[in-house]
Design a binder for this molecule. Structure first.
Ligand code: NAP
Length: 291
């Protein structure tokens, strides 16, 4: 059996690698209020009760909705909680996602996050680079990173992360400001960043996969179902456990609006996987990883 370290240093604190992504708490299409507000608040409180101390959010979820729910459910925040937010987009009146990557947009978004989360400073702000979520595109992000670095100098942002980016963009950003995390699309079947994750880990940078369960259409795989049956767990728990085994710098932020799914997902931290099971899970993505 392969066991795995369950914490990682992030933003000056030690976070449990099983975190929580708040995007699913907004209404359909990540737009407007949740269909069940009481459950949304209960999910947030239960996540912390189950040991989550790393929450991923953005003021463009709703917009404003998930941040306001987090504030209502959890403020004043416990000392060890790291809230990671992101800037780089806004929503129009129909819910469309529009890039907001001018320095003035970034400053406005940081202030929106501060106000709606009820904070004086944000633990980590990810610059979310717009573009194809399956394959981030190259291009300079120097102006945007410099804008975040200036907000860090002012004390409004403690740490900077990047989302939907390439290795070259991380290297460019590191010439301006330390980068503490990278948040890209990655899961059991979408493995584009495989070669890069361990390199980030060696630099002490957290890799935080978005869509860890496959996103709006969770992963469906006969092989995953079979392996899950063989280890006596659900497919989603196994998909998350595989990510925990993938590398120690992989931090999980599965999203759910359901208390039952939250509890199920948290079981991943308790699920050992044999070398045989890990090899079979790797084969789903068509690659072999190192553990
Ligand atoms: N940086 C970016 O560009 C970016 C993009 C997307 C997401 N994110 C962040 O990453 C987080 C995770 O991504 P995500 O929420 O989009 O996708 P995800 O975690 O891969 O999957 C969420 C979907 O899986 C369902 N689900 C969760 N647990 C389940 C379970 N145990 N059994 C069955 N279905 C389950 C959820 O529905 P229920 O609500 O019914 O459980 C939801 O439809 C987000 O919350 C957000 O914070 C970042």
């Amino acid at each position: 059996m392969t066991t795995t370290q369950l914490t990682w240093p992030l933003a000056g604190r030690t976070v449990n690698r099983m975190g929580y992504g708040a995007m699913q708490l907004a209404g359909p299409g990540v737009f407007g209020p949740p269909k069940d507000r009481a459950t949304a608040l209960a999910v947030l409180r239960e996540a912390l009760a189950l040991g989550v101390n790393h929450i991923d959010t953005s003021d463009f979820y709703g917009p404003h909705v998930t941040n306001q729910l987090i504030r209502e459910a959890l403020h004043p925040y416990q000392d060890d909680l790291v809230i990671v937010t992101k800037v780089g987009a806004v929503r129009d009146s129909q819910g469309a996602w529009l890039p907001a990557l001018e320095p003035a947009d970034i400053e406005r978004s940081v202030h929106d996050n501060l106000r709606n989360l009820g904070l004086d400073a944000l633990d980590v702000v990810n610059l979310r680079v717009m573009g194809d979520i399956h394959a981030p595109s190259e291009g300079s992000i120097e102006r945007q990173v410099a804008a975040l670095a200036a907000l860090r100098e002012k004390g409004l942002v403690r740490h900077v992360g990047l989302s939907n980016v390439t290795a070259a963009q991380v290297a460019e950003a590191q010439r301006i400001v330390p980068v503490v995390c990278v948040q890209n699309h990655y899961n059991l079947v979408h493995r584009a960043d495989d070669a890069w994750i361990d390199d980030l880990g060696r630099q002490g940078i957290a890799y935080v996969p978005f869509f860890p369960l496959g996103g709006f259409t969770p992963i469906q795989s006969d092989a995953l179902d079979r392996i899950a049956r063989s280890v006596g767990a659900t497919p989603m728990t196994v998909a998350l456990a595989w990510l925990l085994h993938r590398a120690p710098n992989v931090l999980l932020i599965p999203g759910t609006s359901s208390l039952a799914h939250l509890r199920e997902n948290m079981q991943a931290a308790l699920l050992p996987l044999s070398d045989v099971a890990l090899a079979e899970l790797d084969a789903i993505g068509g690659r072999a990883a190192t553990y």
